[in-house]
Design a protein around this ligand. Structure first.
Ligand code: MG
Length: 133
């Protein structure tokens, strides 16, 4: 189940708003990074269960950061959280392996939904790992 959450966004306001939308059903460990490069470093350091990723960021954008995260962990659960939700951008982030896309500002209800989806995925992964042993 989700315990650690990483939020990668260059806007402090966007990070704050997303944090405020995370359900209060339990205490999550929440980590933040302000661009893709920092996000990759944080991802290596804390191994988050899910990562919320902005697309437009300085230094390294979300399009370049997502494949890097998935190189580190091929099962990395990445949720794109962006104001740019044009069909072309959505298709591209799905092809990079994002689980889903949230339009900014994300509502608590939508964040809850994607976290349920992510929990389902984590549960499946765990079951697959157990059956391999
Ligand atoms: Mg941005």
């Amino acid at each position: 189940m989700i315990q650690k959450i990483l939020i990668v966004d260059d806007s402090p306001v966007a990070r704050k708003m997303l944090k405020a939308s995370i359900p209060k059903d339990k205490e999550y460990e929440i980590y933040e990074a302000c661009n893709g490069k920092e996000g990759i470093e944080k991802f290596k350091e804390v191994s988050p269960d899910i990562t919320f990723m902005d697309l437009t960021m300085p230094v390294l954008d979300g399009y370049k950061a997502i494949p890097e995260l998935r190189k580190i962990n091929p099962h990395a659960i990445v949720i794109v959280c962006s104001a740019d939700v044009q069909p072309k951008s959505i298709a591209e982030v799905f092809s990079l392996g994002a689980l889903t896309v949230l339009k900014k500002p994300a509502k608590t209800e939508s964040v809850q939904n994607v976290m349920d989806q992510a929990n389902g995925k984590l549960k499946n992964l765990r079951e697959q790992n157990e059956s391999k042993q």
